[in-house]
Design a protein around this ligand. Structure first.
Ligand code: NAD
Length: 482
């Protein structure tokens, strides 16, 4: 073992991957005082970052990166060796998308570990921030041990798990004020370096919870799949509300005010999307399946979510009397990002909706305040699909409006202007974001998930008053005479 120098704040940190998680982590770790070099294998991204351009949309990130780069605490490089050389800690924040079998594709992570192994010349700690299957940190540790042994190095490189819980749209805020920091480490001694890294946050009262690497890895999946389950749960209750004449927004209040339940992630709509929930539910199911563990609940979570992605076009078709009637319609689509505050389109419900609309023969005019560039890159061109420059532009000549992402500018848009433009005065609100009474007062018919439409009372199912097992409920002949 070579001389290990004492580690103290500020640390020298390498971050591998400058996507949503890596770039935010790098900028925030620099902000709390560390010296950070962030690396990405995408040379275009690195050049953009070196010029001061931010390749993703994330509120508050641009000024944070600019300030830390100016202070000299945040550097960007294309070469892993530049960052790992002299580092105390190396965070891995590369993508772990879904592979062909529905599991986590760990190719980028393995490559990152190989690259780190190739340039280690002094003791350091590797930290996996990417969301990875249980056991990955242990496997990475063994891979590092093997790679170093082949170079004649016989010391052990600790590999810790430090799953990230930030949310796109509020990522810097979440990183700097987390509910908790999870550290998966084999020993308290190995965990101590992350205690130092997060010391400014811990000093402000953020709990740092140390557990085994496997428990930390599973905690991340458990958190994301639980939140996905809450969304599918409320969507299933919304379906029941729709069929029974209850209003899911009232039910949500009745449910969310129960302190045992709480209000978070109980908003009915067109389901969850994004780069995390769909892939993490799928990856956890895949891992459990390979171990012979049934995941009936998670299978149902996925099924309900898939059904709700089809809700906007199903409801539109219902309003026009069938899918065939959508041919020749012109539909304005507001919102493409999987949620407000981000330009991320990965697994966004909008992708399903756009495809369904053009397949049905409807012309689509779509607009999103920040995700247009990604949409143009990601969505295949189609003669029936047009990108529009503003919410008002999208309405021009449209029969109906579909709201898919609850951006503030849509919620605040004057409904009178929508009513003037829409030929059929029909609004399908897939996020239950609009004030239905206000939009209806402007002359629009507003359809929301799990809610009655206007003050028309649907013909509600009549509930049997008596139990079918009650002999008084049965016809006299069937009930017998004795
Ligand atoms: P991303 O796809 O936005 O970014 C990954 C980056 O890593 C890319 O820029 C890619 O070029 C780079 N990269 C890949 N291989 C590399 C290598 N060998 N060396 C250097 N750079 C490399 O991914 P993301 O959304 O930031 O997610 C990263 C991880 O964090 C995933 O495991 C994800 O599940 C997890 N996570 C994401 C979020 C989120 O909201 N996006 C939140 C919590 C956790």
């Amino acid at each position: 073992m070579p001389d290990s120098r004492p580690i103290s704040h500020p640390l020298r940190i390498a971050v591998i991957g400058t996507g949503y998680v890596g770039l935010v982590s790098a900028a925030c770790l620099a902000h709390i005082g560390h010296h950070v070099t962030a690396v990405d294998s995408d040379a275009g991204k690195v050049h953009a970052l070196q010029r001061g351009a931010i390749p993703i949309y994330e509120a508050g990130l641009q000024p944070l990166v600019a300030a830390q780069a100016r202070e000299g605490r945040l550097l960007f490089s294309h070469a892993t060796v530049d960052a790992v050389h002299g580092a105390d800690l190396v965070f891995i924040a590369v993508g772990t998308p879904t592979d062909a079998q529905g599991g986590a594709d760990l190719r980028a992570l393995r490559r990152a570990v190989e690259e780190i192994a190739a340039c280690i010349v002094h003791p350091l700690t590797v930290v996996i921030k990417s969301t990875v299957p249980v056991g990955t940190s242990d496997a990475a540790r063994a891979a590092l041990r093997g790679a170093l042994a082949r170079r004649g190095i016989d010391w052990e490189v600790p590999v810790l798990s430090n799953p990230e819980f930030l949310r796109e749209g509020t990522a810097t805020e979440d990183f700097l004020n987390p509910a908790r920091i999870l550290v998966g480490a084999r020993t308290a001694h190995e965990a101590a370096v992350l205690g130092l890294a997060y010391e400014p946050l811990v000093r402000q009262g953020v709990p740092l919870i140390v557990m085994s690497p496997r428990s930390a890895e599973l905690s991340k999946y458990a958190a994301n799949t639980m939140l996905a389950a809450r969304i599918s749960f409320i969507n299933e209750i919304a379906d029941i509300a729709q069929a029974t004449g209850a209003d899911i927004e009232e039910v949500r209040e009745g449910l969310g005010t129960d302190p045992r339940i709480g209000p978070a992630f109980l908003k009915a709509g067109i389901g969850y999307g994004g780069s995390c929930f769909p892939k993490d539910v799928s990856s956890l199911r895949n891992a459990a399946r390979s171990l012979g563990v049934p995941t009936d609940l998670l299978a149902a979570v996925e099924r309900v979510n898939e059904r709700h992605r089809h809700w906007p076009v199903a409801r539109l078709a219902q309003a026009y009397g069938g899918r065939k009637a959508l041919r020749g319609l012109r539909v304005a689509v507001w919102g493409l990002a999987f949620k407000p505050g981000t330009d991320d389109l990965r697994e966004a419900a909008s992708l399903v909706v756009l495809q369904e609309l053009v397949e049905a023969g409807a012309a689509v005019a779509a607009y999103d305040p920040v995700a247009m560039r990604n949409a143009v890159d990601l969505v295949p061109a189609h003669p029936l699909l047009e990108w529009r420059a503003s919410a008002a532009d999208a309405l021009e000549g449209a029969h109906a409006l579909l709201l898919l992402t609850e951006w503030r500018e849509f919620i605040d848009f004057p409904p009178e202007r929508v009513a003037e433009q829409l030929k059929d005065a029909l609004v399908i609100d897939g996020r239950n974001a609009l004030s239905a009474p206000r939009w209806e007062a402007a002359g629009l018919q507003v359809h929301q998930v799990g809610r009655p439409v206007g003050d028309t009372h649907p013909s509600l199912p009549v509930m049997p008053w008596r139990d079918a097992g009650d002999p008084r409920a049965r016809p006299a002949a069937a009930a017998g005479t004795s």
